[in-house]
Design a protein around this ligand. Structure first.
Ligand code: URA
Length: 207
């Protein structure tokens, strides 16, 4: 699929979400925060939910946590426009409360469709709610920064759970850990690319 075709599918999906009256949290929100970035992104970031500024602007991670995310991306020389960023719920929960399981569930089919369209090599979960989508029951303090191969739909996908940037802004130790975890990302991506290449050359030699 070309980049333009992927972008068109994402635009259609956004349109569908805008008209989906069954989605929770819609009535208290100003804007849908669909997500943004490269439709061909190799790395897909999944956060928790829009906050005050995201709700106003209709864009993910544009407040304080977003400023930190931008710095972390800069630290690995990864332009923000190259990745894709969204959240497990795409409308702001009232007063920034935690999203509820039924709310996360309601948005799930849309998030899954975004992942399917983009086909990233690595998914970075930010915080425990998005981690729970792929690694249920895991403790973020023991798994952050590690690489997991997870069965997802009909294939496997690489997931790297990380702390939420907002948690890092509140706690110096978490800040040090998220910085260190980010520095590992280029190597993780390289390894996934190498193993994908190896797999496809093995498949070629079977033909
Ligand atoms: N926190 C999130 O989880 N997502 C955003 O988009 C902003 C802050």
């Amino acid at each position: 699929m070309t980049r333009e075709e992927k972008q068109k599918l994402l635009d259609d999906l956004k349109e569908k979400m805008l008209h989906d009256e069954s989605l929770p949290l819609k009535h208290g929100a100003t804007n849908l925060v669909f997500g943004e970035g490269n439709p061909e992104a190799q790395i897909f970031f999944l956060g928790e939910g829009p906050g005050y500024w995201e709700d106003i602007k209709g864009r993910p991670f544009v407040g304080n946590a977003g400023a930190l995310l931008n710095q972390l991306l800069y630290s690995i020389e990864l332009p923000r426009e190259e990745v894709f960023i969204t959240n497990v719920v795409c409308f702001r929960p009232p007063n920034n409360r935690d999203p509820e399981p039924a709310e996360i569930e309601a948005f799930q089919k849309y998030i899954d469709e975004m992942i399917k369209i983009i086909g990233p090599k690595v998914i970075v979960t930010l915080g425990r709610f998005s981690m729970g989508k792929f690694l249920s029951g895991a403790r973020i303090s023991s798994v952050h920064g590690k690489t997991f191969r997870v069965n997802w739909k009909v294939s496997e996908i690489t997931v790297v759970p990380m702390y939420h940037p907002a948690a890092a802004l509140r706690n110096g130790e978490v800040m040090a850990q998220i910085k260190a975890d980010f520095l590992k990302l280029p190597e993780v991506l390289k390894e996934v690319e190498n193993s994908d290449e190896k797999l496809s050359s093995e498949q070629m030699s079977l033909v």
